[in-house]
Design a protein. Structure first.
Length: 105
């Protein structure tokens, strides 16, 4: 199952424990600046992912709630990485068959 770029990067950065503002900063960094996550998106994903048990609350420090990805969330992230890698490999195979050197993969 393909997941959205926002959810992908959200789970990716939560491989290490972070609070909300840090999540937003790290998503932008992890995406090379291509994805800017606003507070509404971030806190919406936090609520949804807590409910789906993709992330967990680790601790609360000075009113900052710190989250990290769960095993279920890691599995979802790994499935997405595997899906993208498989698609890239299929693309490379196909380009090799048609000898089109104008596309770089």
């Amino acid at each position: 199952m393909e997941i959205s770029p926002s959810l992908y990067h959200f789970l990716l950065v939560l491989l290490k424990p972070l609070h909300g503002y840090q999540i937003m900063q790290e998503v932008e960094k992890a995406s090379g600046g291509e994805l800017t996550m606003g507070a509404g998106t971030c806190y919406g994903l936090i609520a949804r992912c807590l409910q789906e048990k993709l992330i967990e609350l680790v601790e609360e420090v000075d009113r900052k709630k710190i989250y990290r990805v769960t095993r279920k969330g890691r599995d979802m992230l790994q499935d997405e990485i595997d899906r993208m890698q498989k698609q890239l490999n299929k693309t490379k195979d196909y380009l090799g068959e048609i000898y089109d050197q104008s596309i770089k993969v």
